[in-house]
Design a protein. Structure first.
Length: 187
């Protein structure tokens, strides 16, 4: 069995954001589990508004799509903006429309979902939207989705709440890899 690869996307542009810290943590956790990882922080997803065919003329978008096309799993991390995903992340995911071929969109891949918000209600709504978007892209959302409601999470001082959240996210990243292992064993 070859080494699986995971792409992690953060939907926040704020430097040092909780979303970026969570995305980086998920990428490192994937490496601990034996996966090659690629993390796209929010700043790397500042693409022009999606329109068909634009990805061929934009090297950053082409690189992003190439990483997604080669990934066996994806982790989406979004801030809860008014109960839904950030426009930044949604726009980046719109470019997945340009992935065609024998495995279009994110067909058959596992997608882990993490929503970051100051309150539970917005974070849960955002998590539901992330899972819906994964389905629309023909992917398999992992059974476990995670919400992060502490804005200090994953900061310099780890708390007991961080430890519990990290355990849930570690399980979610493992589920992304279990889906890959299941598919590999069948082929």
């Amino acid at each position: 069995m070859s080494e699986p690869s995971i792409v992690v996307l953060s939907g926040s542009l704020r430097a040092g954001s909780t979303c970026d810290r969570v995305a980086q943590w998920c990428a490192r956790q994937g490496e601990v589990f034996g996966a090659a990882t690629r993390c796209f922080p929010g700043a790397a997803l500042q693409f022009p508004f999606y329109r068909p065919g634009l990805s061929g003329s934009e090297p950053a978008i082409a690189d992003f799509l190439e990483a997604l096309a080669g990934a066996e799993g994806v982790v989406l991390v979004s801030p809860a903006y008014h109960g839904t995903v950030s426009g930044l992340l949604k726009n980046a995911l719109d470019y997945v429309n340009d992935l065609a071929g024998p495995r279009p969109f994110l067909d058959g891949r596992a997608v882990g979902c993490v929503a970051v918000g100051a309150g539970v209600q917005g974070a849960v709504s955002t998590l539901t939207t992330l899972r819906t978007v994964a389905h629309a892209l023909r992917a398999w959302p992992t059974p476990l989705g995670v919400i992060v409601t502490d804005p200090q999470a994953f900061g310099p001082q780890e708390t007991a709440a961080d430890e519990q959240c990290r355990a849930r996210m570690g399980e979610m990243v493992a589920q992304v890899l279990v889906r890959y292992s299941t598919l590999t064993l069948r082929t």
